[in-house]
Design a protein around this ligand. Structure first.
Ligand SMILES: NC(=O)C1=CN([C@@H]2O[C@H](COP(=O)(O)OP(=O)(O)OC[C@H]3O[C@@H](n4cnc5c(N)ncnc54)[C@H](O)[C@@H]3O)[C@@H](O)[C@H]2O)C=CC1
Ligand SMILES: O=C([O-])CC(=O)C(=O)O
Length: 338
């Protein structure tokens, strides 16, 4: 039930946006704004009335993207920053979205991106710690299961880590789950909320179909295929793009959706609840201190971490497979910064 309300709140951001005109507005930075995700994400954020100012940074091409996006006739101002202007890009920023880093090619796992992306994310987090230490950081760069602990440990080292302000963006898993389930049961995806917990890679992605209104409509082989498709939706896109990268457009949509949810929470809207990968007590006793479960977003970021709720035996099996892999991914991220 909780998940239902939660995801319904997320389902129609535009309707909520237009009723929020009196809300406090916010300066948002996109680091990696010139990339496959960064460009459409910047466009979608330009279209979000809760964003006052958009700061676009990349080691390549951000001023051009900024000039282009700045012509869109919404109120926010847009500035683009080249490679040597990271600190300027982060000045006064309250929300930082990070899609910087390399994407997968066919045959790679997300963990194969670690060697390149770990240092990119660490260095960007160090800059946020230095220039805008109280900003909320939304991590898109893969492998999310490791890059989020990298950001947290980097902030911790700098003495500015607040667990309420660091988020791994797992919204694409929720978006896919809702789209795929809705396709099977012929419902409206916006009215087919699904909670997805765990992390963001293969077996660590755990959709809780039993908590949906359609639990009984999908069983046996149909259920198994649905779960696999949600867990490996990223691979589907990587394969179809055939060497040209991974999901960018659906990720930009998911990133903008999560950013809007956070902004609504920061603005004091109540009941904004969505899964996100955060520092979490849920499985900390098993040495897993980051986990995605439904999180209520509020004026300080994470307001409340909700438990995963009732699971079936099949879902427990999925969780049992998720936890050791997630634990190793988290440890790898922490170790990189230590
Ligand atoms: N969390 C999720 O659900 C998803 C995550 N991703 C991940 O997002 C990341 C980006 O993917 P794409 O946009 O497709 O890649 P891309 O290669 O098209 O764009 C990445 C951008 O990052 C920039 N960049 C590299 N180093 C940088 C630095 N130090 N500072 C600022 N910018 C830097 C590059 O210049 C490039 O413009 C990948 O790691 C990918 O795996 C992709 C899809 C879904
Ligand atoms: O599959 C990838 O590498 C990109 C990603 O995280 C996704 O699409 O879920």
């Amino acid at each position: 039930m909780l998940a239902h309300t939660a995801l319904r709140n997320l389902a129609s951001p535009s309707a909520r946006l237009f009723s929020s005109s009196a809300a406090r507005q916010t300066k948002v930075a996109v680091l990696g704004a010139g990339g496959g995700i960064g460009q459409p994400l910047s466009l979608l954020l330009k279209n979000d009335p809760l964003v006052t100012s958009l700061s676009l940074y990349d080691i390549r091409g951000a001023p051009g993207v900024a000039a282009d996006v700045s012509h869109v006739d919404t109120a926010s101002e847009v500035n683009g920053y080249p490679a040597d202007k990271l600190d300027q890009a982060l000045e006064g920023v309250e929300v930082v979205v990070i899609p910087a880093g390399v994407p997968r090619k066919p045959g790679m796992t997300r963990d194969d991106l670690f060697n390149t992306n770990a240092s990119i994310v660490r260095d960007l987090a160090a800059a946020v710690a230095r220039v805008s230490p109280s900003a909320h950081i939304l991590v898109i760069s893969n492998p999310v299961n490791s890059t989020v602990p990298i950001v947290a440990s980097t902030l911790e080292k700098a003495g500015v880590f607040d667990p309420r302000r660091v988020f791994g963006v797992t919204t694409l898993d929720v978006v896919r789950a809702q789209r795929f389930l809705a396709g099977l049961v012929e419902s409206d995806p916006a009215k087919t909320p699904v909670t997805v917990v765990g992390g963001h890679s293969g077996a660590t992605i755990v959709p809780l179909i039993s908590q949906t209104a359609y639990a009984k409509a999908v069983s046996g082989e149909v259920y198994e295929k649905l779960v696999k498709r949600i867990q490996f939706g990223g691979d589907e896109v990587v394969k179809a793009k055939d060497g040209a990268g991974s999901a960018t457009l659906s990720m930009a949509y998911a990133g903008a959706k999560f950013t809007n949810a956070l902004l609504r929470g920061l603005n004091g809207e109540k009941g904004v609840i969505t899964p996100t990968f955060v520092k979490s007590p849920l499985f900390a006793d098993q040495g897993i201190d980051f986990f995605s479960s439904p999180v209520e977003l509020g004026p300080n970021g994470v307001e409340k971490i909700h438990p995963i709720g009732p699971v079936t035996a099949e879902e427990q099996t999925l969780l049992d497979a998720c936890l050791p892999e997630l634990k190793a991914n988290i440890a790898k991220g922490k170790q990189f910064v230590a």
